[in-house]
Design a protein around this ligand. Structure first.
Ligand code: ADP
Length: 495
């Protein structure tokens, strides 16, 4: 990682309104909601609260911006790509400010916001900028005297609902591929973390996107979010968040206008440590897998399966390593982990830790609040976990490593797959057959071998089973943003 600059502790809050048609407006209801800093639980500022009426206005703007003859519709694909590159330039220009804003609003360690999220946002926009002039159809040699070709046309207005765990990265992931295919968007950031998306909206305007192409409405899920999923003029919805809300969104999409749906949902991902793995190396990977961003990661390696021959030694090493992890002030570049997002999440994780103790798991270390203010929780390690326990089954979304013992391949494959989720999985082994057997048998959208959490803008990401529908990132991520139109023309000769 490049050297870290010093974070701005009190970044000026510049945008708190609703962004429609490249203009900042107040909510129709006049209501606002507070956003808080999870490091101390104090209010940062009030933000205009969007609801159905504001979503209606945003959709109207996005529809107009999409219409035939609009500046966006008429714009050459290469120019669209240039605007996306320009936006990436502006993120690079302001990355110290934006990363500080993210740390303030989300609580993520500044080192991750600056060193991880900012480059990722830039990469996503640059990667999809390169696709704008490569959205191609085919010619199809059908029988008879006809000319048959396909066009990959934009879907239309896309409603993008974003969670709080990586606010700007997921904003980029929802906006860039949609724009690359020529769509327009209405984005709803999570109510816990609206600030970086609002700032990004201003940068999109500065980059030169025409009015209405991107609209950003902050607000709550059951109001503004539901208005998106039910809206008759939204053609596609992309959601990242909990499985429960994903089901609700899909039902609303089905009931309203059959809008296209992509969902990226929860996980309870197994990370398997085979008996031949190098323990010191694997302890590092396995803890990065579960402690990164305080475990508030949908792909978190939240079930650490360790072979019985090396189980006790692994637990010892993992416990010792967890105790050296640095949780603290997220603005301090030495902190590896900041607070959890909210009081609600903080209480939920502490309750799950308590249930682990009650249900017979061994608390090896952590398990307590860290400090006296904010929502910090110590990196926590449990051994003797089983899948019958809540901590072995439910998505915790906190810094809690659950170490489970297994016997052999049959045992671990069956248990790895015994979950409603299927987002990610990993195996650590030196043996190629062991690795290939596991990668082919485990049901998960991403399988890592001897690594974890490695992601690329070019590689597809998504879930099996109840972890989601569709894929994001890479060329696969474009599929949901176009409709395939088949055109058949009668010709007088055989072509
Ligand atoms: P998490 O459990 O990670 O907080 P949620 O699934 O509750 O995730 O929230 C993710 C996003 O979904 C947020 O932007 C939230 O406002 C939105 N959301 C929550 N409930 C609904 C709903 N009923 N309809 C649409 N969006 C919703």
């Amino acid at each position: 990682m490049a050297e870290l600059p010093t974070a701005i502790r009190e970044p000026e809050i510049k945008y708190t309104q609703i962004f429609i048609n490249n203009e900042w407006v107040d909510s129709v209801s006049g209501k606002t909601f507070p956003t808080i800093h999870p490091g101390n639980g104090k209010k940062i500022c009030d933000v205009q609260e969007g609801d159905k009426a504001d979503i209606d206005k945003a959709v109207e703007a996005a529809k107009k911006a999409f219409e035939f003859g609009s500046p966006w519709q008429k714009m050459d694909a290469t120019k669209k790509g240039a605007l996306m590159h320009k936006f990436a330039d502006l993120i690079e220009r302001d990355k110290l400010y934006i990363a500080s804003l993210e740390t303030l609003d989300n609580g993520m360690a500044f080192r991750d916001a600056y060193g991880g999220d900012m480059p990722m946002v830039v990469d996503i926009f640059r990667y999809y900028a390169g696709w704008t002039d490569k959205i191609q159809g085919r010619t199809v040699p059908i029988d008879g005297t006809f000319f048959c070709y396909t066009r990959h046309e934009p879907v239309g207005v896309c409603g993008q609902i974003i969670p709080w765990n990586f606010p700007l990265t997921l904003f980029a992931l929802k906006v860039a591929p949609a724009l690359a295919c020529g769509n327009t968007v209405v984005v709803k950031p999570a109510e816990q973390t609206p600030l970086s998306a609002l700032y990004a909206a201003q940068l999109l305007k500065e980059a030169g996107f025409p009015p209405g192409v991107v609209n950003v409405v902050a607000g709550y899920g059951p109001t503004a979010g539901a208005a998106i999923s039910e809206h008759p003029d939204i053609n596609k919805i992309s959601f990242t968040g909990s499985t429960e809300v994903g089901q609700r969104i899909m039902a609303a999409a089905a009931k309203s206008n059959l809008k296209r749906v992509t969902l990226e949902l929860g996980g309870k991902s197994p990370l398997v440590v085979w008996k031949d793995a190098n323990l010191d190396t694997v302890v590092e990977w396995a803890q990065q897998a579960i402690f990164f961003n305080c475990g508030q990661v949908c792909t978190a390696g939240s079930r650490t399966y360790v072979h019985e021959d090396i189980y006790d030694e692994f637990v010892k090493k993992a416990t010792a390593r967890a105790q050296t992890k640095i949780t603290g002030d997220p603005f301090d570049s030495k902190s590896e982990y900041g607070p959890l997002i909210s009081e609600e999440q903080f209480s939920k994780v502490l309750d799950l830790i308590e249930s682990g103790k009650q249900e017979g798991a061994n608390l090896e270390c952590g398990g307590q609040r860290h400090g006296t203010e904010g929502y910090f929780i110590q990196p926590t390690v449990f051994s003797n976990v089983t899948e019958k326990m809540k901590i072995g089954r439910e998505e915790i979304f906190g810094p809690v490593q659950s170490i489970i013992k297994f016997k052999d391949m049959e045992d671990v494959v069956a248990r790895a797959n015994d979950t409603k989720y299927g987002l990610a999985a990993a195996i650590f082994t030196e043996d190629i057959d062991t690795a290939l057997t596991f990668t082919s048998r485990v049901k998960a959208g991403t399988v890592w071998v001897n690594c974890y959490l490695i992601a690329s803008t070019a590689a597809p990401f998504g879930g099996f089973k109840m972890s989601g529908i569709g894929r994001e990132f890479g060329e696969y991520g474009l599929q949901a943003y176009t409709e395939v139109k088949n055109v058949i023309m009668k010709t007088s000769v055989k072509l």
